[in-house]
Design a protein around this ligand. Structure first.
Ligand SMILES: [Zn+2]
Length: 481
């Protein structure tokens, strides 16, 4: 394939809504990303951005903030941009503007803007305060950048789960010949026009999924092609990769410039701890085939974002941490370059299969710790949900003091061994996570992964000890009279 067909941008998505790294880690990471052939960072700030003034609660700089991450100060946020600039990486900030607004709509100040009262995901585009809020967020994020730094901004707009459901939106949809689509398109075009008027040099990118089912003529009527550049995302492996001709035929009629988005982590399971590298490599191979097949239809394929999701949504648990996902990212970039696109990359000269042993990537210690944890978790599951516990130590038996002591006594040394290993691993992980992440992330990872297992094993141990302590007093089942 002609290298130009693959576009000139290779963005690495930094999803800060989960496990935002410390600046010291970013200082190590960005030069490596550049070295591996990345051209920029797609920076999804979410609640880690140091929002100011009336938006202050969003970023956690306010004492009353419920921000779950470890938001950066204004100086630190600026530092991230400076590190990127020093590495020659462009930064494209991503600000959600309609869906995935949980980090805003969870606050009492903005909960009135929800499309559905009980669900904080989607904002109601009919509320008069909706657009001013989004404009304010965009203004503040743009203001962090020097004008010359910013060529693009990403306005998210994916997965708007609830649309056209409130009274105002229902009425607007019913009065339009295009139904609910107008709610989405009017909101997005208003944002894009605001950006074009205030910052004519900035191009607007958005996720494509909400556009996929809209008819070509509607997209053309709303002049979407001159307002936004869609980023077509697809994270499946080759055997389930399905974008296909209709999408490219439609989009190529409307949009002169199109982006792609693949995934190197955060796309194979909402609580996945290590990336399934085979899956992500296959995803990139499928993308290359897709572009080879349909790329000629597109006027300009601008580039690709290698997405690395940290959570499936604001309230979801953490999935793969960034450091443990670098081997996957490296493998994916190598697939991309394997097409002869970037011969200068050090990746092409390096065999990625040896990377994990070479400890060449920052945070490799976490990779070792997570691997050890997965081994302990397997052994824990074997004990906790295995036949021995189900047969001689199930809740009914514990409650009724009914068991065969001989069958459970071997549990104690096995559980003790696991508890000791978990204790050492917790110390190791705390120490190493602390080098890279803020305290809230360290506590969340330990609290979500190690603590529940420790707690359950302690319960099994105490139940076993209790049953054994009963000795000859263990009851028999009373025969029904
Ligand atoms: Zn509404």
């Amino acid at each position: 394939m002609d290298p130009l067909t693959l576009g000139s941008h290779r963005l690495i998505h930094l999803d800060l809504k989960g496990a935002p790294p410390k600046i010291s880690y970013i200082e190590k990471l960005f030069p490596i990303l550049r070295d591996w052939g990345a051209t920029g960072i797609l920076l999804e700030w979410e609640d880690t951005f140091p929002y100011m003034k009336d938006l202050k609660p969003l970023g956690g700089l306010s004492e009353s903030s419920f921000a779950t991450g470890a938001p950066y100060t204004f100086v630190e946020a600026r530092q991230i941009l400076d590190i990127a600039a020093e590495c020659g990486l462009s930064v494209i900030p991503l600000v959600q503007t309609l869906g995935h607004m949980e980090f805003v709509l969870k606050y009492p100040e903005w909960s009135g803007l929800r499309e559905l009262e009980n669900f904080p995901s989607s904002m109601c585009p009919s509320q008069p305060e909706a657009l001013p809020l989004v404009r304010n967020m965009l203004r503040q994020v743009i203001a962090l950048h020097r004008p010359s730094e910013l060529q693009y901004i990403h306005i998210g707009a994916d997965e708007v789960w609830h649309m056209g459901l409130c009274v105002n939106c229902s009425r607007r949809a019913s009065e339009s010949k295009y139904g609910k689509a107008v709610l989405f398109l009017e909101h997005i075009t208003a944002i894009a026009r605001f950006l074009k008027e205030t910052h004519p040099h900035i191009k607007v990118i958005m996720w494509d999924d909400m556009l996929r089912n809209l008819e070509t003529n509607i997209l053309q009527e709303y002049e979407m092609g001159s307002l936004v550049e869609p980023m077509v995302w697809h994270y499946n492996a080759r055997e389930h990769f399905q974008l296909g001709p209709p999408l490219w035929d439609k989009f190529s009629c409307v949009f002169p410039r199109i982006w792609a988005a693949s995934a190197f982590k955060g796309a194979t399971g909402s609580c996945q701890l290590l990336p399934v590298i085979k899956h992500h490599v296959s995803n990139h191979e499928a993308w290359l085939s897709e572009i080879e097949q349909h790329g000629s239809k597109i006027q300009k394929f601008v580039g690709i974002a290698f997405t690395g999701w940290s959570r499936y949504d604001h309230y979801a648990t953490l999935c793969e941490l960034l450091p443990v996902s670098l081997p996957s990212l490296m493998a994916c970039l190598k697939v991309w370059f394997g097409n002869g696109h970037y011969h200068g990359s050090s990746l092409v000269r390096r065999n990625h299969s040896t990377l994990m042993q070479e400890t060449e990537f920052p945070g490799w210690q976490i990779f070792g710790g997570v691997t050890a944890f997965l081994n302990i978790r397997d052994r824990y599951r074997f004990i906790a949900f295995g036949d021995q516990v189900q047969t001689w130590l199930n809740p009914w038996q514990v409650q009724n003091r009914y068991t065969n002591p001989m069958q459970i006594q071997s549990l104690i040394p096995n559980v003790n061994e696991l508890l000791n290993e978990l204790h050492s691993l917790e110390l190791y992980m705390r120490n190493n996570l602390d080098q890279i992440f803020f305290k809230s992330t360290v506590d969340e990872w330990i609290g979500s992964n190690i603590s529940p297992i420790k707690c359950h094993l302690q319960q099994i141990k105490s139940d076993t000890e209790f049953q054994l302590s009963l000795g000859c007093c263990i009851k028999g089942i009373k025969k029904l009279q």
